[in-house]
Ligand binder design. Structure first.
Ligand SMILES: NC(=O)c1ccc[n+]([C@@H]2O[C@H](COP(=O)([O-])OP(=O)(O)OC[C@H]3O[C@@H](n4cnc5c(N)ncnc54)[C@H](OP(=O)(O)O)[C@@H]3O)[C@@H](O)[C@H]2O)c1
Length: 166
């Protein structure tokens, strides 16, 4: 099973602000949707709760939520208590690829442990204020795909999406 991370990261490393995203970029959200669709997705408890209630669990994906709370209830999602347990739950579905969808704590843990094989990384060309950051992922990555998106009336910032392979 390929272990992938998917993230949108500003040029200053910011990925989150006050429990949410610091931007609204609908076409990047669409990229997230179509890339992760029909695959298990793993999120930290805080990121899971940042998804508006009417959109969670994310449809047509097995949603796996990591928390230390033993009795955490997330209707329609699979609740686990470690990243290892999350990956086991994803493997048990028979999936060929699983997506780590954030947030900062979950990404940091996965990259530090060398678990990530592939990164779907959107660089948002802005330097917004924020309180959650993407970890340093090092340089041992090969870019295998990229696409640029200009700023327009629906997108306040330009962004560039790349796929990085270990
Ligand atoms: N730009 C992007 O691509 C992107 C993507 C996702 C999220 N975000 C943003 O990132 C922010 C949230 O990130 P965050 O770093 O604050 O939180 P997070 O990583 O989403 O969640 C952290 C929580 O996950 C649980 N957790 C993580 N690792 C665990 C482990 N090994 N064992 C048990 N529990 C574990 C803990 O939950 P308990 O406290 O319940 O124990 C921890 O408090 C939000 O602002 C969100 O909008 C941005």
């Amino acid at each position: 099973m390929i272990i992938s991370a998917i993230a949108a990261v500003a040029e200053n490393g910011v990925i989150g602000k006050e429990g949410g995203l610091p931007w609204n970029l609908p076409d990047d959200m669409k990229f997230f949707q179509r890339t992760t669709l029909n695959h298990p997705v793993i999120s930290g408890r805080k990121s899971y709760e940042s998804i508006p209630p009417q959109f969670r669990p994310l449809r047509d994906r097995i949603n796996i939520v990591v928390t230390s709370h033993k009795h955490y209830d997330a209707p329609g999602a699979t609740v686990v208590h470690s990243l290892e347990e999350a990956l086991e739950a994803a493997r048990a579905t028979g999936a060929n690829e699983v997506f780590l969808i954030g947030g900062g704590q979950l990404y940091a843990e996965a990259f530090a442990a060398g678990l990530v094989d592939r990164v779907y990384l959107t660089t948002v060309h802005a330097k917004p204020a924020g309180d959650v950051f993407f970890p340093d992922i090092g340089k041992a990555w090969k870019e295998v795909w990229s696409e640029k998106h200009k700023a327009d009336e629906r997108h306040p910032f330009a962004f560039t999406t790349v796929v990085l392979q270990k």
